[in-house]
Design a protein. Sequence first.
Lengths: 261, 361
Amino acid sequence: MIQATGVSWRYGANPVIDGVSVTARPGRVLGLIGPNGSGKTTLLRLLYGALRSGTGQVLVNGDELSGLPSREAARRLAVVVQETGGETALTVAELVLLGRGPHLSTFQRAGRADHEIAARCLARVGATHLGARAFGQLSGGERQRVLIARALAQQATHLLLDEPTNHLDIRYQHEILHLVRNLDTCAVVVLHDLNLAARYCDDLVLLGRGGVVAAGTTDEVLDPTVLEPVYGIGIRRLDLDGAIHLLFQPIGHPANERTAA
Amino acid sequence: MTATLPKGQADLLGVAAQRRRTGVWLVALTVGLILTGVVAVGSGAIAIPPLTVARIIGHQLVGLPGEVTWTPPQEAIVWQVRLPRVLLGMLVGAGLAVCGVALQAMVRNVLADPYLLGINSGAASGAAAAILFGAGAGFGQYALSTSAFLGALAASLLVFLIARSGGRVTSIRLLLSGVAVGYALYATTSFLIFASGSAEGARSVMFWLLGSLGLARWNALLVVAAVVLGGTIIYLTVVGRRLDVLAIGDETAQTLGVSPDRFRMRLLVVVSLSVGVLVSAAGSIGFVGLVVPHLARRIVGAPHVRVVPVAALLGAILLVWADVVARVLLAPQEIPIGIITALLGAPFLLVLIRRLHGAGA
């Protein structure tokens, strides 16, 4: 469980996140949504300690994150960031094995059990065949899956992902989020695509103008009257077979006006 | 077809095969290093057969063979002159190589080398002060090395202070402060040469700058070099996994349990100390620290736990051979070893650039 209370961050004089509180509950997937520049990634970085808020606090399983040794923090939080590390000459297998690092002491090297975990995680993202390839030579989508495998290999109690569906084709967008959803861990996902958020998140936090505009279950937050002013776009919601689907229509779009008239 | 292999039997991820390969390379390079040592000690203005060299060293070390079948001058050349020189060459070569590895990971740049931080410029200023103005004369036979080391220490401190002035030691800040300090101290050295007005002194400084193992003796310097550089090699091997993570990126490092700023700071201390010692002992010998890490990565792949020991052995072998060439080519005159390493290193670097482009396309 991650509980952030009253955290803030500013770039220069611009507060991006201002006194925000969010809670990610065990076994649930929390989605962070909001328009560009609303501070989704910044909030996520505050949650895993890459940024240290001057105000408030972040608790991970009840302990203050800033007080945890970095290795212990890495056993609790596995993160897939957008920094790809495309320059590295490591192979995919070597890269995924680095996920075992937080569980190994300085003088210990990865053993058989670690290799099995790494292999299993690669298999889960459908990347077993990439094991011997150089990470730097993979396509964007393949890289993303490998980075998720590394995060899984960390076997942390929380998984945080910054736009994990970037670079992925439609099939892998769903496969990866399906995978995240079926983990026992608490997951926090930054998502652009509201329909993916609708399908795979239990709870949502909608960010806008430095703060939380709405927070609650996916059903509560994905309310067109809540979303429309934040995104500045017309939204229709369809509930089909128990699933939420959002349709978008630009406000002021000619087609829109014709139907209105 | 790897996907169809039963999980338990496949060499998962090919790691075991890679470890065997690395083991074979380490053994081969160690044998190569020993042979290099014996041949290098035998080479020079007066050639001594390798077998005799081995006998003399064996006799000195463990008293075997007990019977002396060589001349006293031969023994003096092998034991007093060339062996310490070859050992220093090995230490300096290994040290340059592993410091290059560490710096390339620290600043995430394949063109980083041990002199990136301007430490050699500091050492050069110190050496110039010693050669031209007799600085550190109180240290007797160690005057030059001590003065150079103090210069290196001053440069490291400057880099250190500038790099952490913003609170965080980022790779770009480290790079910029190294370059700035390097240029400032380079100017200082030039000024010292200019101010001394001694043509002979200027020549000595230049000779020192190009590197030489000529100062090698059985003395405290060799012991210091062995301890510091040996310690550095061990340390960098032990933290290999953290170097892997740091080389990927700060954000990744942090999420994998490595605090990038703190780790970079520790590396900076270790590397500065090493570079300071080896530059004080042998001048700035270029290209070894730049080229050998790439060579090592080609051989055993990118993980630092493998790259560091392999680079150390390769660097040691390479530098000893460069020194042999430096001693033999225009014998009895000795060429500065930095000229040899640059001649060898530059074409290698060009090949590397071609390869890099090939991989990108």
